[in-house]
Design a protein around this ligand. Sequence first.
Ligand code: F0G
Length: 417
Amino acid sequence: MPEYHVECMRCGARYERDDVVYTCECGGLLDVKYEYSTVDAASITRGGELGVWKYRALLPFEDGILKLKGEGGTLAPVTTREGNTPLYKCERLAEKLGMRELYVKHEGLNPTGSFKDRGMTVGVTKALELKMTRVACASTGNTSASLAIYAARAGIPCFVLLPKGKVALGKVAQAVMHGARVVAIDGNFDDALRIVRELCEELRIYLLNSVNPYRLEGQKTIAFEIAEQLGWRAPDRVVLPVGNAGNISAIYKGFCELRELGILGEVPKMTGIQADGARPIVDAIKEGRAEITPEPQPETIASAIRIGNPVNAPKALRAIRESGGVAEAVTDAEIIEAQKELARLEGIGVEPASAASLAGLKKLLELGVVEKDETVVCVTTGHLLKDPEAVLKACEPPVEVEADADAVRKLLIAHGL
Ligand code: F0G
């Protein structure tokens, strides 16, 4: 296990491993930094079943502490077998878009149906290591569902704050069933995050939003799996939805670490997609600004990314700019169209936010920003069943008919079958 510390990306201040800290005293975001000469790089590329803990040589736990198969430590990871998601080669979609090589990394096939599990297995394990006895988050839904499940496995209480009436049904169902204390506030996600950050500091509850740098360490394993599934090769570009902007930062960090260790020569162009009604990162990139202007009233059908003031904006801007990537915004109609294409051309069922990745890729191809011969990976972040209400609004309802073969036959013929 590697030597590591936590460092402010703005002022360079260092924090110790046992500090419970989410942002620097100067207000800057924190990065986990490793002493790369102490990393067992061979264990990263060695074969074996994929998943977050396969890459523990690049996870923030001290040597000898983890009690995994064949290891004798004291801390058993809180895990539900997260990661190891498929990287689908999408030939029909590629053909439709005139592309050479298009892949979808379907993070909706994680245990709770979203990529958040990768962050939570590391984050909740870290909570136990730090002897924190309660966890909390604000959420547009998936973070709360995931945290509820990992808290249940860890046997510790979990508090979640949601924007009232704006969270997809499947996600609320998960949070309440798995025993989280769920509070819906009369405000949006950004309000919920502000409140939960304040209360976590005051009440010494462990905060597991993506401002927590340890959570992002779990999420960076998306990059490791993409590279491994491509035969230890970096794609030219990774396209993904951006909300609170943690995931794009995490995946970029993952690729940079593989480059640092000499496993990859290049990092992909990180390409962030937001919804038109919640696009502060896109605007900052397009206008070349160092900081975002928060959107006070974010709105989109993609409720997971209905976020106006992304807390990880400085990290996301860094990821996009340093990697030579871009950011683009898409309309709700474009999101729904892409959701249907993924579902019907490739059999990949995703929630609206996830479809933003494909919608954005299509737009960037049309604009000529993305070249058709690039190798592109779209990350689909959450499963279709998370948001059944959005599906029912987007699709024709089932046709109803009496239980009679003739009636059904007529209907099938009318439908051209
Ligand atoms: N896609 C889905 C399905 C999400 O749930 C989220 C974020 C994102 C994309 C954006 O990721 O925030 O790292 O840029 N959901 C958070 C939540 C905010 O509370 O579940 P990000």
